[in-house]
Design a binder for this molecule. Structure first.
Ligand SMILES: N[C@@H](CCC(=O)N[C@@H](CS)C(=O)NCC(=O)O)C(=O)O
Length: 206
């Protein structure tokens, strides 16, 4: 049995959606950030990074969203959550997911988690003020050059869609002008129609 540790509103939503899409049996365990549970000794034993998500699989723990998404897609082959038969297309999906992980997510974190990079309060405010621009630019690049449509990889849905949905869900709160991202808005609407997405959001709300 797989166990996913998640926190509502966090990037772990992408992994929750992927697991719901996969049809695999899994348990979702909530990590309460308001109680700093991600820093508890029990949680740090599972994921010493002190972050969500972490997926506990038979052989051990997997952290980092792109790794979890690729693993889920690979072990649930029949759910067709990645272009598993085409190594080049798979690499492109990984390229997309890593852009979300290493650039888009980091842009977002500069707004709420600036203390990771500086102790200087004024510098943190400057970083925060930059978020609408950096998030707007990176999502703008996805809108114009990376999202093939209707899904990220073209006609076939993949775990990259779950990840994009999660990151785009932060855009409004980050002060991004959503009117400039119509394709992403349509992608979000398509995602919201998927039963797996609805179930994952219910888990977050419960
Ligand atoms: N690169 C990691 C980032 C994980 C991450 O930063 N998760 C955030 C939530 S979106 C977290 O756990 N934050 C808790 C904290 O900073 O204490 C991934 O993609 O999984």
């Amino acid at each position: 049995m797989l166990t996913l540790y998640y926190s509502p509103g966090a990037c772990s939503l992408a992994s929750l959606i992927a697991l719901e899409e996969s049809g695999l049996a899994f348990e979702a365990k909530r990590v309460d950030f308001s109680k700093a549970e991600q820093q508890s000794p029990e949680y740090l034993r599972l994921n010493p990074k002190g972050r969500v998500p972490v997926l506990i699989a038979e052989k051990g723990a997997i952290s980092e969203t792109p790794a979890i998404l690729a693993y889920v897609a690979q072990i649930a082959k029949s759910a067709r959550l990645a272009p598993l038969d085409d190594l080049f297309e798979f690499a492109l999906m990984q390229s997309f997911n890593n852009y979300l992980c290493a650039t888009v997510h980091v842009n977002h974190a500069h707004g709420r988690r600036g203390y990771r990079w500086t102790d200087d309060e004024a510098a943190r405010e400057t970083m925060k003020a930059k978020v609408p621009q950096t998030m707007g630019e990176s999502l703008g690049l996805i809108e114009t050059s990376m999202l093939r449509g209707p899904w990220v990889m073209g006609k076939d849905y993949s775990v990259a869609d779950a990840y994009l949905f999660t990151m785009f869900g932060w855009a409004k709160g980050d002060g991004v002008d959503l009117d400039r991202l119509p394709k992403l808005g349509e992608h979000r609407a398509r995602m919201l129609e998927r039963p797996a997405v609805q179930r994952a959001r219910e888990i977050e709300r419960a």
